[in-house]
Design a binder for this molecule. Structure first.
Ligand SMILES: [Zn+2]
Length: 305
């Protein structure tokens, strides 16, 4: 089913990374800049992430002896230093997730670079290390993002959805390793509900959502894939969901032959097997398109209405 499965360490059948995007209230300020401060219930829901869920998640993963990657908008790191300290004390990786959860593909090139570098400066100052990896806010990777990842020396991206195993993103300036996921692995469609943010979907029960995550895991285990969850502490760190998360982790450990790793460790391993000639990645060259496809010309956008 997978044509070029990665030779994972220790003969593991698949690699697993539970990653957490700790957006906290950055997304509310971005959506409602002038009124976010008055939306107290939404603020409280989002602050649950750094205040309650992150300590709980760090304790949970310590119980299993596992380390994760947490992706934090740098503004959230400045705003919630205790959460940063808890994450670092737990031995977890902190990766780049923008400055204020700004959408790269909504920015002009210079503007995107400004926020990208500003976030790197904060991460370097608060963790003592520059970030090794990046996930664009809301997966909004832009036509310039790869340039900036290469320019700033990051080794992986985790924003895209183009394969079941790692692959290379490249352009004329260089390349980075893509560690892909997809929407079924994101907790947003399963659990997000907020009047202030305009999401009025009916949240799934934990067993319904974790049935999806487990099905993805069984397939990745069978065929040698890469299982990356994209979860948010304020959503998946809620109590009943954390209980279900612990059950899934127990199941994975019982099944065995699973490599639990941070994104940084997975990227480093992939680099090594490529360098050793043990594995040849698929390559995606960016940009996919130089601009709008010419076939439509000046056709009106009503074609798809
Ligand atoms: Zn995010």
């Amino acid at each position: 089913m997978i044509r070029n499965p990665v030779p994972w360490p220790h003969g593991a059948r698949c690699a697993v990374a539970f990653t957490f995007d700790m957006d906290a209230d950055s997304i509310l300020h971005l959506a409602h800049h002038t009124s976010a401060d008055t939306r107290v219930a939404a603020l409280s829901m989002l602050r649950y992430g750094p205040e309650v869920a992150v300590p709980r998640l760090v304790d949970l993963y310590a119980r299993f002896g596992m380390h994760q990657t947490l992706l934090l908008p740098a503004w959230c790191m400045e705003r919630y230093p205790a959460a940063v300290e808890t994450i670092l004390k737990g031995g977890h990786e902190i990766a780049h997730h923008g400055y204020l959860h700004e959408h790269p593909n909504a920015c002009e090139r210079d503007e995107e670079l400004y926020w990208f570098q500003r976030a790197i400066d904060v991460i370097a100052r608060l963790t003592g290390e520059r970030p090794r990896g990046f996930r664009a806010a809301s997966y909004r990777f832009s036509r310039h993002s790869l340039d900036f990842l290469i320019q700033e020396g990051l080794i992986y991206d985790a924003s895209l959805m183009g394969d079941d195993v790692p692959y290379l993103l490249e352009n004329d300036k260089g390349q980075v390793i893509e560690l892909p996921t997809h929407y079924a692995m994101d907790d947003w469609p399963h659990f997000m509900a907020s009047r202030d943010l305009g999401y009025m979907m009916s949240p799934k029960s934990p067993p319904q959502a974790f049935e999806v995550y487990q099905a993805e895991f069984e397939a990745m285990w069978e065929y040698g894939g890469l299982w990356i969850a994209v979860w948010h502490p304020f959503l998946s760190g809620r109590l009943a969901r954390c209980v279900a998360m612990a059950k899934l982790i127990e199941h994975m450990h019982q099944k065995g032959q699973v490599w639990f790793a941070t994104l940084e460790e997975i990227a480093a391993h992939v680099r090594q097997v490529i360098a050793d000639g043990h594995w040849t990645p698929r390559r995606d060259r960016l940009p996919y398109y130089e601009g709008p496809i010419p076939e439509l010309g000046q056709a009106t956008p009503t074609l798809a209405r």
